[in-house]
Design a protein around this ligand. Structure first.
Ligand SMILES: [Zn+2]
Length: 652
């Protein structure tokens, strides 16, 4: 039973609803989930929050492009995050959206209070505005006349706006950071923020004129303005608890950990802290900034992102393998690199070999020597004590590491216990004990300890791999959930009951051979580039929204072509070899239309050809172009014209 006095609140940032969910979002959310699950195991009443940030210029513009209202637009888009979190087994207790009334009312309340207290004033403002970043810069901020953050061109803007008196809090904030060692983690980031606070701190512009940006929360004291997105978004961490009076009563404030990417540390450490101070609320206990992922050594870009499209990774490797990899591979706080070799390496060595084999061999031996029933131990010897000590040491050390989110060290420790259990089985050699009557008495203890070690490991890995932990419990034959056993039960030996009937199942993590690995990664890559195959519906919606410029479209050379010859490709059900006259030349094209068109019916038809496609070889025949056709539930219909057009005419 959770102890009502032990409460724990952890958050991810609320993600910008317009972003396509990528591995960076997954990383923060999985990390928060691991902590939340661990604290629940430890008897805490946990509140784990994530959500979406749904206001701002970019959302407004994207909605305009799609032709739907902004609310409809965000209603559709936010679902992609919810869907992805379900797939990754994220156990968030709430999902907040900044367009919800429960949030907006708290934002208005805080704004009104600060305004009444004289913390907000109106002033004329001249500055340089970066539209994509929605940020103002002063002249001296600019780098070569461009936005210092993204390098893009900025616009000069002069207008009246409202400002929050953030500058007055500089010395106080600097002192708070110095006095509270854990407030900003890791230490390197803490020093960065202190460095930032060495310079003068300007007041924060918290409004945008409504005529320029209609999509936001109107200021309660001036309807001509909406709230700056950051000022709006940060408040989610408290608005989720209800009206301001509730925040002090809910038991979940101050927050234990805000997890953020390093790029948004300043907004959290400086904007949010001073906003809370002015509102009279306590500051969070910790803001932890983690690093970024590169892909095969390169910065994640739109095309690189494809390689690690999170939905496809779950499809191919399962959520737990990805969760494990992300938290094991690099220390939280540092940058990491996502590569096929590293991922497959972890799956094969740590998961398939070490963990998977431990379970398999223990279950096999229990089956062979005890008909699958866990025997009662028969007194512990000093050589058993080493394993028992290792288990309690692991529980103790990982506990301390959780306070500083040392995920990779925790997993290294747990795997030392996995190794210790494998070594124990090797050293005790149950197969020899089984040969003698004296050995058999000893065998019961050895097999009991092996099963109990595995139960302990399952509980310890639950925060990282909840599905795997549950599978191990099932295969051990334990009827209760991992959560119900809890951390208390790993602190003392003996949680598995003698007489438990095991239920061996499939391997936890089948080994991935190199050839197979390559194939998997190629399909992950190709599928995400083509936008097909198992990308969930929400993903597809994004592609509809994705737009190309007219220049991009004109890179494709579409030509009219007249089919002058057509024959079926031997040994292929679908393919037809065509000769197509495109005016300047006759092209050989292989098209997958044989199931819908008889070759003889094709001759004489005018079709649309992609004339500048790289040649490809299909069934040994070179294809010098692609015929446009619609595929409607398997029926192929060629694109054509309702009047005769001569060959070689550009189609646009
Ligand atoms: Zn910018």
């Amino acid at each position: 039973m959770p102890d009502p006095r032990k409460t724990f609140f952890i958050t991810t940032p609320i993600y910008y609803v317009n972003d396509v969910p990528h591995v960076g979002h997954a990383y923060t959310t999985i990390a928060a989930d691991a902590v939340a699950r661990y604290k629940r195991l430890d008897g805490y009443r946990v509140f784990f929050l994530t959500g979406t940030d749904e206001h701002g210029q970019k959302v407004h513009q994207a909605a305009q492009k799609t032709g739907v209202g902004p609310q409809q637009h965000v209603d559709a888009l936010h679902q992609r995050f919810k869907d992805l979190w379900k797939r990754f087994e994220i156990s968030n207790d709430d999902f907040i959206r900044t367009t919800e009334e429960r949030h907006k009312s708290v934002v208005r309340d805080i704004l009104q209070r600060l305004y009444d207290q004289g913390e907000i004033y109106k002033a004329s403002y001249e500055g340089w505005y970066c539209l994509p970043d929605e940020r103002f810069w002063t002249e001296k901020d600019l780098v070569n006349g461009n936005c210092p953050e993204c390098g893009r061109a900025v616009d000069k803007i002069q207008e009246h706006n409202y400002f929050f008196k953030m500058g007055q809090y500089r010395d106080w904030l600097s002192g708070h950071i110095r006095q509270n060692e854990n407030f900003i983690q890791p230490a390197s980031r803490r020093n960065e923020v202190l460095g930032f606070l060495n310079k003068p701190l300007e007041d924060l512009c918290i409004s945008r004129p409504r005529e320029r940006l209609p999509w936001g929360i109107p200021l309660p004291f001036d309807d001509n303005y909406v709230t700056y997105v950051w000022f709006d978004a940060l408040i989610n961490y408290v608005s989720v608890h209800g009206p301001l009076e509730e925040i002090r009563r809910c038991g979940f404030w101050p927050c234990d950990h805000h997890l953020v990417g390093k790029d948004i540390l300043t907004t959290h450490a400086v904007y949010w802290s001073t906003m809370l101070k002015a509102t009279g609320l306590e500051l969070p206990k910790s803001i932890f900034a983690h690093g970024w992922w590169t892909v095969n050594g390169q910065k994640m870009s739109k095309s690189q992102r494809n390689v690690v499209e999170p939905n496809l990774l779950v499809d191919r490797f399962g959520a737990d393998a990805i969760r494990y990899f992300l938290l094991r591979e690099v220390p939280f706080g540092q940058d990491g690199d996502f590569s096929r070799e590293a991922l497959i390496g972890r799956i094969n060595s740590d998961l398939a070999n070490n963990l998977g084999n431990l379970l398999n061999r223990a279950l096999n031996m229990l089956d062979k020597y005890y008909a699958g029933v866990v025997p009662a131990p028969n007194g512990q010897l000093p050589e058993d004590a080493r394993l028992l000590d290792k288990a309690s040491e692991t529980a103790r050390e990982t506990h301390a590491l959780f306070d500083h989110l040392g995920f990779n060290k925790i997993l290294i420790k747990i795997w030392e216990l996995v190794d210790a259990a494998n070594v124990y089985i090797n050293d005790m050699a149950p197969w020899n004990l089984f040969k003698t009557e004296e050995g058999k008495a000893r065998l019961a203890t050895v097999m009991y300890n092996s099963a109990e070690a595995i139960r302990t490991i399952a509980i310890l890995i639950h925060p990282f791999m909840p599905e795997t932990a549950a599978k191990i419990f099932r295969q051990l034959g334990i009827g209760e959930s991992v959560e119900s056993h809890g951390l208390e039960s790993v602190r003392k030996w003996g949680g598995i009951q003698p007489g438990t009937k095991t239920a061996p199942g499939p391997q936890l993590f089948p080994r991935i051979e190199e050839e197979q690995a390559k194939k998997i990664m190629d399909t992950v890559q190709n599928a995400s580039q083509a936008g097909t195959e198992s990308a969930p519906a929400a993903q597809k919606q994004e592609e509809k929204l994705e737009q190309v410029s007219i220049e991009d479209f004109f890179k494709i050379d579409l030509r009219t072509g007249k089919i002058v010859e057509a024959e079926k490709v031997k040994k292929s059900k679908k393919l037809v070899k065509l000769k197509v006259d495109i005016g300047s030349e006759v092209r050989q094209v292989v098209a997958g239309i044989a199931e819908s068109y008889e070759p003889e019916r094709l001759v004489g038809r005018t079709i649309v050809l992609v004339a500048n496609l790289k040649p490809a070889t299909l069934m040994g025949i070179e294809s010098q172009g692609m015929v446009l056709a619609a595929s409607d539930n398997g029926k192929i219909v060629l694109a054509g014209f309702d009047e005769e057009v001569k060959p070689g005419v550009r189609v646009k």
